[in-house]
Ligand binder design. Structure first.
Ligand SMILES: Nc1ncnc2c1ncn2[C@@H]1O[C@H](COP(=O)(O)OP(=O)(O)OP(=O)(O)O)[C@@H](O)[C@H]1O
Length: 837
């Protein structure tokens, strides 16, 4: 609230221009009459909101009536009436639930427009023309407001089908977001309305045509406040993201409403609204073509923390069911990543080289080494792993004869079956087929009948005999076991076997590191997984194929096994509807895929995400300067493979809405080290509060951090984030114990995408860890605060006399902020961009 008032009082070039004061044009500001004008304007909007509520109540009554009516129809009981009732109940239910959902705070905007070029109206009752009519402005600079539109979360028409509220996603609402003083179109004034329930609390105006004197119903259009954007940006942050529907900026709106026929790339620095834009785009696409996106929209987020942070935005925009927001480590059902790999291991697991290793492993894992035999207390003893190795001999008795296939022949058959690229589990029927062929040949029965019918009969009873033998089925299960992704990953934890599968792909050091890391997942495949393990599991799933049908069914109908083909076909008894339901429940493919923080996806993760959008359109948002993946070129190649030949469209976001200029300036020094020559987005506001530096010196680091976090808690109303190097996460949580839930400790990689009112960044040198990737991670850490930033240095940071760590001292000519002097700074008024523009 304080920020809101501050914003109202802030200097605004339009409102303070003395020439305008005198001219009597729209937008002038006269402090003496401000309050009464504001109150009057609030009353005007209140009147409109009352009308809207009245209409909504009528609609709710209508919906309830429909529900009751539908129930009555149901009592008639004819099939036609029942179908009609179902349709009515459905329609009324959807209607009611939407109305109830959106009832709170859904009217948020208004635009006052000049007359359009043509006189045509769209389906929402608004004039469609973007440009004003040639004579809309008189030669003396005066004009009449010809149309006023209110914008809200859903559209509401009055009883005469005139628009009371336009849905924010409707074409008629676009000027609310697109119009700027440079390209105003028909918009003269844009107003953001702040309301709670049924009460209008405030209005904030932006004037798009300050040169005009525009009149509405004979009176000059008044302008209130300093614009909604500054008011929104100054608000305290909570642990969840808010929607920005009332203050979407023109360059963001272009992305949100970009047609979805292809791949839409969005790049922009920290705080430019990429995540917000991605979420609003999902809501927009659903509005625009609900049927097409019934196939679902997937939003891939880097961490579960960011998923939790953003989860409320879509429901607040009235969209939920169709959109799945999932962390990249939670994309595979039943496999949730809970641990982080160290960077050297992550680099191996994420690399496209793993594909070759996994291909070999998925085939090689069919072969199990025998139990290890060791000498214990002078006796030969089996190792801990007592599972039998792969059998090297098949013995069966058929037609009263003993038949045997020896190791060489079995190997030859296995190689033959594995010759193609089909998924290993789906090759089992073929392996069985070739075993039967080999046994048949060994039996010498092939030449016994010249009559083809008799020969075929003999062959089929031979096969039946073999398949009826328990020893054959047991052999098959051991010789060609059904492989699971976790089983293969566990097999890869054996360094010797992994070394074989990774020959000429990974060096011995990499093999050792990878095997050790995979051993953590456990031989039983139940240990914790990392984000990168999950992408490996997904790749293995596609290399192995879905497991074959359950045994029970096969036993019922053993002859089914003979061709092997039926295992690839859908089960016959499944109806189309059942199939549709099953697919929806197991949905692994989506109609649109949005990737947030795309710069972090490894090649293996791009493959995993790509599989979920093979027929999708895409929105990909990211910032190369924040990438924690060291091989961007390799990732880009795999990404392009995953996206195929779809046309690409690129957008750039250039304004930092999160960080005040003081923080952005400090972060820019690290950007210069991490990516020399890269440009930072320009910060939209300045707070006058420079970053603070505190060196721990001889005191324990935790003590200083706790002290600084406590200090920030007193200075801001919302949240405080304490960002530490990944290996200090638990320690940092202990440092902050008892300070309450407004403060959280998080590892540098977990900070991705999040924001806090204030942050403490602990030991930049530890976070950067001497690598280019580390510097980019530090850049992320430094750009999380909306109000205040404190940097705490350890000895390793080599702080100077002012406590400024070496990494943040930047090039020559910088004015390093002073130790302990937070709050001191340039004469920056809230709401005023640093360059005054
Ligand atoms: N048009 C806007 N109106 C109000 N707030 C906005 C607007 N655009 C962005 N913001 C706010 O700016 C902050 C940063 O937005 P967001 O997290 O989407 O940026 P980002 O580009 O994803 O940042 P990063 O790359 O650092 O994760 C959020 O608090 C968001 O609500």
């Amino acid at each position: 609230m304080a920020a809101q008032e501050a914003a109202v009082d802030a200097v605004d070039p339009v409102r303070e221009d003395p020439a305008r004061e005198d001219s009597g044009r729209s937008g002038r500001r006269n402090p003496g009459r401000d309050d009464s004008v504001r109150d009057r304007e609030i009353a005007v909007e209140q009147e409109h909101l009352d009308r809207v509520y009245h209409r909504l109540e009528e609609k709710i009554d209508e919906a309830e009536f429909l529900m009751r009516d539908a129930a009555k129809l149901g009592q008639v009981g004819t099939p036609g009436a029942l179908a009609e009732r179902d349709a009515q109940v459905f329609r009324a239910g959807v209607h009611l639930s939407r109305l109830n959902n959106e009832f709170e705070d859904f009217l948020f905007g208004r635009i006052d427009l000049l007359r359009g070029k043509d006189g045509k109206k769209g389906p929402d009752g608004a004039y469609t023309s973007v440009e004003p009519a040639d004579d809309a402005v008189r030669p003396d600079g005066t004009a009449e407001i010809a149309e006023t539109l209110h914008i809200g979360r859903i559209g509401v028409l009055d009883a005469d089908y005139a628009p009371l509220v336009i849905d924010w996603r409707a074409p008629a609402a676009a000027p609310f977001y697109r119009s700027t003083p440079v390209e105003p179109g028909r918009v003269v004034r844009r107003r953001v309305i702040r309301s709670k329930g049924r009460r209008v609390l405030g209005v904030e105006d932006d004037l798009m045509r300050p040169e005009l004197t525009a009149r509405l119903d004979g009176a000059v259009l008044p302008v209130i406040g300093d614009g909604a954007l500054m008011a929104a940006l100054g608000q305290a942050r909570s642990h969840t993201m808010r929607d920005i529907v009332a203050s979407i900026q023109a360059e963001q709106d272009l992305v949100i409403r970009a047609p979805a026929a292809s791949v839409t790339y969005v790049e922009g620095g920290p705080g430019t609204g990429k995540t917000a834009v991605a979420l609003h785009r999902a809501a927009y696409l659903l509005y625009q073509d609900r049927r097409r996106y019934a196939g679902g929209i997937l939003i891939v987020s880097p961490t579960p923390l960011l998923v939790a942070y953003t989860e409320g935005v879509l429901p607040s925009l009235g969209e939920e069911g169709q959109v799945a927001i999932r962390a990249v480590g939670h994309l595979v059902d039943g496999a949730e990543a809970t641990v982080y790999d160290d960077p050297a291991v992550a680099r191996i697991k994420g690399s496209a080289r793993m594909l070759k290793v996994l291909r070999k492993a998925s085939r090689g894992a069919l072969e199990r080494p025998g139990p290890t035999v060791t000498v214990r207390d002078g006796q030969l003893a089996l190792g801990d792993d007592e599972a039998p190795g792969t059998p090297d001999r098949l013995r069966v008795v058929v037609f009263g004869r003993r038949l045997e296939l020896a190791a060489d022949e079995l190997r030859r058959i296995r190689e033959n079956v594995l010759g193609g690229s089909a998924p290993v589990n789906l090759l089992r029927p073929r392996a069985r087929r070739l075993l039967l062929d080999a046994l048949w040949a060994r039996s010498g029965s092939a030449g016994r009948h010249t009559d083809p019918e008799l020969a075929a009969e003999l062959r089929s009873s031979f096969d039946e005999d073999v398949i009826g033998e328990d020893s054959f089925l047991t052999f098959l299960d051991e010789w060609w076991p059904e492989l699971t992704p976790r089983g293969v990953l566990a097999a890869m934890a054996d360094e010797r076997r992994l070394g074989r599968w990774a020959r000429r792909v990974l060096n011995p050091g990499e093999v050792r590191r990878l095997a050790r890391s995979l051993a953590r997942a456990g031989a039983d495949g139940k240990g914790p997984l990392s984000v990168h393990d999950v992408a490996l599991l997904d790749e293995l799933q596609s290399l192995l194929g879905a497991p074959a049908r359950p045994k029970k069914r096969r036993e019922l109908n053993p002859l089914d096994q003979l061709t092997g083909l039926e295992e690839l076909m859908p089960q016959r008894e499944e109806t189309q509807r059942e199939r549709a339901e099953r697919l929806a429940a197991e949905r692994t493919e989506y109609a649109h895929v949005i990737v947030d923080e795309a710069q972090d996806l490894t090649p293996m993760q791009w493959r995993m995400v790509g599989r979920r959008g093979r027929h999708a359109t895409w929105t990909i948002v990211g910032d190369p300067a924040q990438s924690s993946w060291p091989e961007p070129k390799e990732a880009a190649e795999v990404r392009d493979e995953a996206l195929g030949t779809r046309p690409r469209r690129r957008f750039e976001l250039t304004v930092n809405y999160r960080n005040p200029a003081e923080i952005a300036e400090l972060a820019a020094r690290v950007l210069e080290l991490a990516m020399p020559g890269a440009t930072s987005p320009s910060a939209v506001r300045s707070t006058g509060v420079v970053p603070r530096f505190a060196a721990a010196g001889d005191r324990p680091l935790g003590e200083t951090v706790r002290e600084e976090a406590r200090r920030l808690l007193e200075r801001v109303d919302g949240t405080v984030g304490v960002v530490v190097a990944m290996n200090r996460r638990e320690e940092a949580a202990r440092w902050l114990a008892g300070l309450g839930d407004r403060v959280v400790a998080l590892g540098s990689l977990e900070a991705k995408g999040l924001e806090y009112d204030a942050t403490v960044v602990v030991s930049p040198a530890e976070i950067a860890d001497g690598s280019a990737v580390g510097l980019r991670v530090l850049y992320v850490a430094l750009t999380r605060a909306t109000q205040e930033l404190t940097v705490v240095s350890a000895r390793r940071d080599q702080p100077d006399g002012d406590g400024v760590p070496e990494l943040l001292r930047g090039g020559g000519g910088r004015g390093a902020p002073e130790r302990g002097k937070a709050g001191r700074g340039r004469d920056d008024r809230p709401g005023t961009p640093p360059d005054g523009g």
